[in-house]
Ligand binder design. Structure first.
Ligand code: ARG
Ligand code: ZN
Length: 497
């Protein structure tokens, strides 16, 4: 829709006026960041994306990626110019069909100036044609694009999109995805959601994936390589698709013995967290040298190292719990990371109890007792850890301790109602720690400000009195290490690259 600039009586000039770009008066550039204080340039202002259509072609030998991204968005202000976050080389940009001017700026901004300014509240289609060798690109001196002997993987947090598609790269702007990738015959392309089709032509096989529920950009994943794909279903009928690099060596058996438990673990988590929120589930294990796992939506990323000491169902529980806590309900800002990691870690504690390897209470007591008051562990505030400590062990362990303290304060009935109600109440949306506190207060009928402050926001070890109120640390001496402890902690080393 064009802005009406036509004064009464100027009808003769109307057609001429409409052919001229609307006056730029009042139209402003979109901000280069979405407004996250941890990462000022992540995401962008001025528009909201609803869908990404990515049509790609990848050559594993040379790491050459070429593609066309078609982005459906809506403006949220009168927009003269806007940014996408991206690192590859762009050859053409079109906005609503017309060629647009573009340039780059800062570490990862693609700055687009449409031929005609875009009025607030209107739908916009942006087409970006691009190519490049992702492994040669970096921002802030790092890359998260992982080459493997047979291909590459994009899976990292908080940033992985810049190396393979232009986006509004922040969890606040969730969208649906169609990802279609052509790879040489004999190679597979793995992404999120359901596999809509595969087709082969002239030596190239095209894999077309669909992720049909809102998905944060960092939860979009792409893996190219030689994979063995398995399928199954959960008891509730959710299709399971897993993929294993054909090159996992000695880790192959343990990887499969863990990730093949996906359907069972989704069923088990459903008892605590409610119905699984997506229409597909599974995981993949590429032959990367990384150590971490990531809750990429519907298709979890696992590093082979996670299975180097044998099977590891605990990490599968962690990443699948994120499908509710992190993926279905996403963060408003990166400072809210506790809602993701505190609860995914707590799910591992529940699994430990289920497996008879230590109760949640024993694990909480152990965390409390094993860090003395002068341990730097307590200086990390899980409720606002800062970008440098976003994935610190304390966000996970102190974060899960805070969940146990909440459980002790509100009682089991209210606690499990909160645990299951939160994803239902905020389905496919975004929420903050403050929103979580308000929700827990509503469900439990108890004021919880002091409890949240003590366990999430104070840079110090909660006093023994607070710990006793929360029922943790009942043992006078250091409690014995729960049997599950080493495996749960092993999902930590993993936060290093
Ligand atoms: N959310 C992931 C997990 O808890 C952590 C990813 C950390 N990122 C990294 N590059 N190490 O499993
Ligand atoms: Zn996690």
């Amino acid at each position: 829709m064009h802005r009406r600039l036509i004064a009464p009586g100027a009808l003769a000039a109307a057609s001429l006026l409409l052919a001229i770009p609307a006056s730029a008066a009042g139209f402003q550039p979109g901000a280069p960041g979405i407004g996250d204080p941890y990462y000022p340039y992540y995401g962008n202002g001025g528009y909201d994306v609803s869908h990404y259509d990515l049509r790609l072609k990848y050559q594993p030998q040379s790491d050459e990626l070429e593609g066309t991204a078609t982005i459906l968005a809506r403006t949220t202000q009168d927009l003269s110019r806007f940014d996408l976050d991206f690192l590859l080389d762009v050859s053409e940009v079109r906005v609503n069909g017309a060629k647009a001017a573009f340039t780059t700026s800062g570490q990862h901004e693609l700055v687009i100036t449409p031929a005609t300014p875009l009025p607030k509240g209107t739908p916009v289609t942006v087409v970006v044609r691009y190519s490049g060798v992702p492994s040669t690109k970096s921002a802030y001196g790092f890359t998260t694009w992982h080459r493997t002997p047979d291909g590459a993987v994009a899976a990292d947090e908080p940033e992985s999109a810049w190396w393979w598609f232009p986006s509004n790269d922040h969890p606040l702007d969730k969208a649906t995805y169609d990802v279609s990738v052509a790879v040489p015959d004999g190679t597979q392309a793995i992404s999120n959601g359901t596999l809509q089709s595969t087709s082969s032509k002239l030596g190239w096989t095209r894999y077309t994936w669909r992720s049909a529920k809102p998905q944060a950009t960092y939860l979009a994943t792409l893996a190219i390589g030689k994979f063995d794909i398995t399928t199954g279903t959960t008891s509730a009928g959710i299709p399971v698709i897993n993929a294993y690099s054909k090159d996992l060596g000695d880790n192959d058996g343990a990887a499969r013995a863990s990730v093949e438990r996906t359907g069972e673990i989704v069923d088990w988590l459903t008892g605590y967290l409610g119905p699984y929120p997506f229409d597909s589930v599974g995981g993949y294990v590429p032959n990367t040298t990384t150590g971490y796992a990531l809750e990429t939506q519907t298709r979890v990323y696992y590093s082979p190292k996670q299975f180097a000491s044998g099977s590891n169902t605990s990490v599968v529980v962690h990443e699948l719990a994120h499908q509710w806590y992190g993926d279905d309900v996403s963060l408003k800002g990166w400072k809210d990371i506790w809602i993701n990691e505190g609860f995914a870690r707590y799910a591992q504690w529940l699994w430990s109890e289920h497996e008879g390897e230590g109760t949640t209470q024993e694990l909480a007591d152990y965390v409390y007792a094993s860090h003395p008051a002068d341990d730097a562990f307590w200086t990390v505030k899980p409720g606002d850890p800062g970008p440098d400590n976003q994935f610190d062990t304390a966000v996970y362990d102190r974060g899960a301790l805070a969940v146990q303290a909440l459980r002790d304060a509100v009682g089991d009935d209210a606690f499990f109602a909160i645990l299951k109600g939160w994803p239902r109440d905020h389905a496919y949306g975004n929420a903050s720690v403050a929103d979580f506190q308000a929700y827990a207060e509503k469900v439990s009928g108890k004021p919880l400000a002091a409890l949240f402050d003590t366990w999430l926001f104070q840079p110090s070890k909660p006093a023994a009195s607070a710990a006793r109120t929360a029922a943790v640390a009942r043992a006078a001496t250091a409690p014995v290490q729960p049997r599950s402890w080493k495996q749960i902690e092993a999902t930590n080393f993993v936060h290093q690259g």
